[in-house]
Design a protein. Structure first.
Lengths: 326, 230
């Protein structure tokens, strides 16, 4: 392998460099680490990246799902057709991305609209999974915005499932670790865009710097508006600090139409309370109680039974003998 | 031998004066002691594995069990064992822990309790109000811990509750666990501070003086019972 570092990928469309290149996503690029308070400042700031999914251009072919399975070498179970287009039925530990199909009867136009949303990890700037995780180093965020699960450190507790505002992580029943979309961090590390974006035949999925993706989205939104979708817009929810997977929606005013995409996702206040300063207060209370009990036990006067009390008890028992015995 | 209705609330089966010179009183029979220590072992394992997940600074405790993965699967299984084991204690002790009229006076004189001035306190049955509070507190917290624990048991009940309920369950579990730890500390502390108590859970007996000082009504009931037996 060459010692030359791969360039940061700026698109998924271009062919990647073919010469062997060293990974360009280094341990020093980590900015947030689960259950770790003081993460050293990163040595450099990578360009923020994003995947943009233009729902209006998606034809529902599932090439992205196939590419995801192939690249990540997962083996989703073959399921039965239950009369809907989703396949498999939900995100699973072996299926990191899923086309969700919603039928919407537009009351304004009378049209039946088939809304198809590619579901998967949104790579939040403020990741709820990472906040909830109790295992140091099991979830990390790189300075380019990618949120990644590090399976060696994962204990499979499922706290990330509760922390995620989008219901994304799934726990493997065999490996006992959490699984989700990595934004192809292993491809991005060597200068390539995510497999799904690479495979998308209509370029409904594009990848690049977050800035470029926002610019690209603006062009798409202007186009949609010119064609009568007055509420077209970008889905980059600020409640989680923005996301590194964004959608162009024709009905950005009603994200819920797209298989219940949350309108204003944020880390639940319950999770914030559970993982917040209250925990430190609790820890201190426990520490004080233990130390206090130990000190008091060592130095305070013990509660002792006196000789006198032993005699009283003896007298009680003996006395009853005299009175009670036949 | 008769168990009168009045002493059912202060005397457990197996409680008896087992030696007269010097007086020795059986407080916990072997079954109860085994039941107690199984519960105690479970509690220690649960506190160590659980607090490893409570705060990152305590995550190193998982090393005692062979790592985070092991602690993660061990914790809920031991939790179920503890719940069953405590239920055994509950069945044996709930009646003795019902409130009685002397509990009010005992509680009002908490200052004397803390100073060890037991001569100012009312005569008590098998348990004082503090022990009763400990009993019901642990029972209540364990019920909460069991329910909230099952709700977040990813291995066997991944879809039992909705995600918002799961978040609430995690918060309830953490708060209950912390309160349980505080009760646990108090329980161990009180057993050690009150000298002569530990042997009730090891050998099963206490001295006559101990029974006279701390649970005189209980001792009187045992003496009376012995007289009935003739």
């Amino acid at each position: 392998m060459s010692s030359e570092r791969a360039p940061q990928p700026l698109t998924a469309a271009a062919n990647p460099p073919v010469q062997p290149l060293a990974s360009n996503l280094l341990p020093g690029d980590v900015v947030k680490v689960s259950a770790t308070a003081n993460v050293p400042a990163p040595e450099r700031q990578l360009t923020k990246v994003a995947k943009l999914i233009d729902v209006s251009k998606c034809i529902g072919c599932k090439a992205c799902q196939t590419a995801c399975v192939e690249w990540n070498d997962t083996h989703p179970e073959v399921e039965s057709n239950v009369g809907v287009y989703e396949n498999p039925h939900d995100l699973t530990p072996d299926m990191y991305t899923l086309m969700r199909f919603s039928e919407y009867e537009n009351p304004d136009s009378g049209d039946l609209e088939w809304l198809i949303r590619k579901d998967g990890c949104m790579h939040c700037e403020d990741p709820g999974c990472l906040k909830a995780c109790p295992a140091p180093g099991a979830i990390v965020q790189y300075s380019n915005g990618i949120v990644d699960f590090i399976s060696e450190n994962c204990i499979g507790c499922g706290y990330c499932v509760a922390g995620c505002p989008f219901d994304i992580p799934r726990i493997s029943k065999t490996a006992h670790v959490a699984k989700k979309c990595t934004l192809c961090s292993d491809r991005v590390a060597v200068g390539q865009g995510p497999a799904c974006a690479k495979a998308c035949p209509t370029q409904a999925i594009v990848f690049g710097t977050k800035e470029d993706m926002i610019t690209h989205a603006e062009g798409r939104i202007a186009d949609l508006k010119s064609r009568g979708f007055d509420n077209a817009g970008l889905y980059d929810p600020q409640g989680v600090g923005g996301t590194h997977v964004m959608y162009v929606l024709h009905h950005a005013d009603q994200p819920g139409l797209y298989a219940d995409l949350p309108a204003d996702p944020k880390i639940s206040s319950t999770v914030e309370a559970w993982k917040g300063p209250a925990k430190t207060v609790g820890l201190v209370a426990a520490g004080v109680a233990i130390a206090g009990a130990a000190l008091h036990g060592l130095f305070a006067r013990a509660n002792k039974v006196s000789e006198e009390e032993e005699r009283e008890a003896q007298a009680l028992v003996d006395g009853s003998d005299r009175e009670g015995s036949p | 031998m008769s168990t009168t209705s009045t002493d059912r609330g202060i005397v457990a089966p197996g409680d008896a004066i087992v030696q007269r010179q010097p007086v020795e009183v059986s407080r916990y029979r072997g079954f109860t002691r085994a039941n107690h220590w199984l519960t105690a072992i479970c509690a220690v394992v649960l506190l160590l594995t659980g607090f490893a997940f409570f705060h990152p600074s305590l995550y190193g405790l998982t090393a005692l069990f062979g790592g985070g993965q092991t602690a993660r699967w061990l914790h809920p299984i031991v939790g179920v064992v503890m719940a069953l084991s405590f239920f055994g204690l509950f069945v044996q002790m709930w009646r003795l822990n019902l409130p009685r009229k002397e509990d009010g006076e005992w509680t009002r004189k908490l200052g004397d309790v803390m100073k060890g001035n037991e001569e100012n306190l009312p005569e008590l049955g098998k348990y004082n109000a503090g022990q009763k509070l400990m009993f019901w507190g642990m029972a209540g917290l364990l019920a909460l811990l069991l329910l909230s624990g099952v709700a977040v048991w990813e291995e066997y009940f991944p879809n039992l509750v909705s995600i918002p309920v799961r978040r609430a369950a995690l918060a309830v579990h953490a708060v209950s666990a912390l309160l349980m730890l505080l009760l646990f500390v108090l329980h161990v502390y009180a057993a050690i501070w009150t000298r002569g108590t530990l042997r009730a859970m090891t050998r099963g007996t206490v001295t006559g003086g101990w029974a006279w000082r701390h649970h005189r009504k209980w001792l009187r009931a045992l003496v009376a019972r012995q007289d009935d037996r003739g």
